[in-house]
Design a protein around this ligand. Structure first.
Ligand code: ASP
Ligand code: MG
Length: 461
């Protein structure tokens, strides 16, 4: 069971999480993974930036806010006999945290290694509090860091990659004996360590990844992700009033949706679960009785629906490279993507017309100018390319469902629905998995396009 930041955001939420664990613990062997409390990770990032600029005063101010809020929760959740021990553990962590921030401020240097070390305090502070909350309810528990639980990564700080073979082996070694003594491990999400013990992080939102890694290592029956929504929705409920939670979805579909910005797990986090076919349940910690969304290996048809969900990525732009000399000239596409890649521009969608005279790429708005400049430098004046243009303020609409595979006419329905509302489609792509048809419309047309698809495929029923 993994609990996200909002599910641990204050004392009542913390107790609620512990009650959920208590409720399922007699019949199940549970490993708990905890995120940082509320927005702590974001605040630590702010502190890191302040410290790097040498603004120690502001950094300290934010720091004391974090410290105070954790202590406040701790005092409200710990049992009588345990408050002192918990508070002294938090005090110790807090002074280490202070020293770290001071170190960064003095050097005015923030490496990705020191940043990971600083961010690790979010989860290192939350886990002992959750463990103490559980003890207060009579559960035996033990707070562990990701490294203590056996997760080892490479040294790509900020987005470290778990070394799965050795991690899986170590996780067994570390966690099995605890279970033997009926102790529930409460593991920090997000953070792990290199072979030589330096603290690493698995990337933002990495707690889910910790949960799926531990589950894969231990051969868990299920992974439960406790969050603040009723599961994955057919569309963003702020855009579509009658959006509903999806009861079932396959790993393939979940992957497509997470690439396309649905508020759910990071694609990477799905990998260990997908590989070992361990079902993932996404549930609302405020309404635990609701069934939530079950992500599993089976391609259920959701009552014969070919399309299951529609999502939107905003703030993107289209960069188009064109030139009559591009026809039949091998290597132009390679040059385009190499240039974008080496300039750190992430390409979200690609299309090339069969005339071969244009190649369009969708990138984030903020990367559009950089992309255009880089392409101009690399491609203009060589006889192939004569125009590089960009349009900003667009959005990608992604229509997802495994039932689209091999079903004729889905694309026709999608584009007819959009055309009926007089929305102009600027670019289209279909992944070869056929689980996803994506298209680009202007920023202002995005919500209407989402509603058009939702209605056409009756997703609200
Ligand atoms: N606390 C980390 C973050 O906010 C990890 C997580 O919550 O999954 O990114
Ligand atoms: Mg978080």
């Amino acid at each position: 069971m993994k609990f996200g930041g909002t599910s641990l955001a204050n004392a009542p939420r913390m107790k609620n999480a512990a009650r959920i664990i208590l409720r399922y613990s007699p019949k199940n062997k549970i490993v708990v993974v905890a995120s940082a409390v509320g927005e702590t990770t974001d605040q630590l990032i702010q502190i890191a930036e302040l410290a790097k600029k040498g603004n120690l005063q502001q950094a300290r101010k934010l720091l004391s806010k974090i410290q105070a809020s954790h202590l406040k929760i701790a005092r409200m959740v710990a049992g009588r006999g345990e408050t002192r021990e918990l508070v002294s553990r938090l005090d110790q962590l807090n002074s280490e945290l202070e020293q770290t921030v001071e170190g960064i401020a003095h050097l005015r240097e923030l490496t990705s290694r020191s940043r990971d070390y600083l961010l690790s305090f979010g989860e290192r502070l939350s886990t002992p509090i959750l463990a103490a909350t559980m003890s207060a309810m009579g559960l035996r528990s033990r707070a562990l860091t990701g490294a203590e639980a056996g997760i080892t990564t490479d040294d790509n700080f900020g987005e470290a990659k778990p070394l799965t073979e050795i991690s899986y082996h170590q996780v067994h070694q570390r966690l099995d004996p605890l279970w033997g003594r009926r102790i529930i491990p409460v593991v920090t999400g997000f953070i792990a360590a290199t072979v030589d013990g330096s603290i690493t992080t698995l990337g933002r939102g990495g707690s889910d990844y910790t949960a799926t890694l531990l589950a894969a290592a231990l051969g868990a029956d299920e992974i439960w992700i406790w969050t603040d929504v009723d599961g994955l929705m057919t569309a963003d409920p702020r855009i579509v009033k009658n959006a509903i939670p999806l009861p079932y979805i396959s790993f393939g579909e979940a992957l497509e949706l997470s690439y396309f910005g649905a508020k759910m797990m990071h694609p990477r986090a799905l990998q260990p679960a997908g590989q070992k076919k361990i079902p993932v349940r996404i549930k609302n910690s405020s309404r635990p009785a609701r069934s939530g969304t079950l992500v599993s290996a089976s391609e259920s048809s959701n009552g014969g629906k070919v399309v299951k969900a529609v999502s939107i990525i905003r703030d993107v732009g289209i960069v188009t490279v064109s030139g009559s000399g591009m026809m039949g000239a091998p290597g132009v596409a390679a040059k385009v993507f190499q240039t974008l890649g080496s300039n750190n521009v992430n390409v979200m969608m690609i299309s090339q017309g069969s005339s071969e005279a244009t190649i369009s790429s969708v990138v984030a708005n903020r990367e559009v100018d950089r992309a255009v400049r880089a392409l101009q430098l690399a491609l203009m004046g060589q006889g192939y390319v004569d125009r590089i243009v960009a349009e900003k303020d667009a959005c990608i609409i992604a229509v997802v469902g495994s039932g689209m595979k091999g079903t004729p006419g889905v694309a026709a329905r999608i584009f007819t629905a959009v055309a009926k509302r007089k929305l102009n489609v600027r670019m289209v792509a279909q992944g070869s998995s056929e689980y996803n048809v994506s298209f680009v419309v202007s920023h202002k047309d995005g919500p209407e396009a989402v509603r058009a698809i939702h209605e056409e495929f009756n997703l609200g029923r």
